[in-house]
Design a protein around this ligand. Sequence first.
Ligand SMILES: Cc1ncc(C[n+]2csc(CCOP(=O)(O)OP(=O)(O)O)c2C)c(N)n1
Length: 304
Amino acid sequence: MPPLEGEVRGVQHTHTRDPQLLGELERRACRVRLELIRMFSHGKAHHYGGSLSCVEIATALFFYRMRRSPDAPDDLLRDRFVMSKGHSVPVQYVILAMQGILSTEELATIKQLGSRLQGHPDVRKTPGLEAPTGSLGMGLSYANGIALAARMDRLEFDTYVLLGDGEMQEGQVWEAAMTTAHHGLTRVCAVVDRNRFQSQGEVDRIMAVEPLLERWRAFGWEAVRVDGHDLAELCGALDRMDGGGRERPLAVVADTIKGRGVSFMESTYRYHNAALTPDEYERAVREIESRLAELEEGETHGEA
Ligand SMILES: Cc1ncc(C[n+]2csc(CCOP(=O)(O)OP(=O)(O)O)c2C)c(N)n1
């Protein structure tokens, strides 16, 4: 897949209203969804809900915002990404395959014994990952460590962390949020996938996390709220990271739909971690394929 402007280091990000770019990002997000479902196939339990909800967030980060060249994965100046809600790492596997860092064939080995692609990130095995996560609550602390080390080494790059809204119930997240602000780590950006469901029910019924914007602000962060499936809004919010001259770290609360893109998985916790029947699998693939066909048809007719 050819790189978009912005996937390569040093490009200014001033294109969030460009309909061509947004159209391309939307198609890529849809392809990510399709590959995700195909990779999961049926029969084995996988984390569908929270993977599908963060597809646009990951698309905006990897194909628009972050300065990471697939040709130079060890570049010391690459922007870093920490998947704090480690169970959603399959989305990152798909993107790594789209970038040519993994092969599409390898995706099918997910969660097999001996595979490099496990259900949670293993930095020792999978190329392109930065942080071992899976135990919720740790990613922002990890990102703080990366950003502090960068400051000591005088390296200029951003560190992005993706957290779940259920994960906001972990005390360590708030200790870390305090730490980011206290140390003035303004090149850290936390994105919260606010899909409203955790593994066993509704986040706010289990333990309310709102008001999220006010909480991040009280901890010394700049905080903005966006529609987490609207790529223009996401890219626009992430563009606030441009340059090193920020006063505070940035939190983006992205309102999303758990299971987004597959009708029977949307807004429920039942597919948080579930095995699909062959019939459910076929339905999921068909729905996403038809959405992709619509988007590609729009492209042919010159729409964004
Ligand atoms: C410390 C810890 N406790 C429990 C779990 C088990 N667990 C895995 S996913 C999950 C729900 C997470 O919900 P949320 O952060 O909202 O993620 P999303 O809905 O985006 O998948 C839980 C409790 C875990 N991985 N780590």
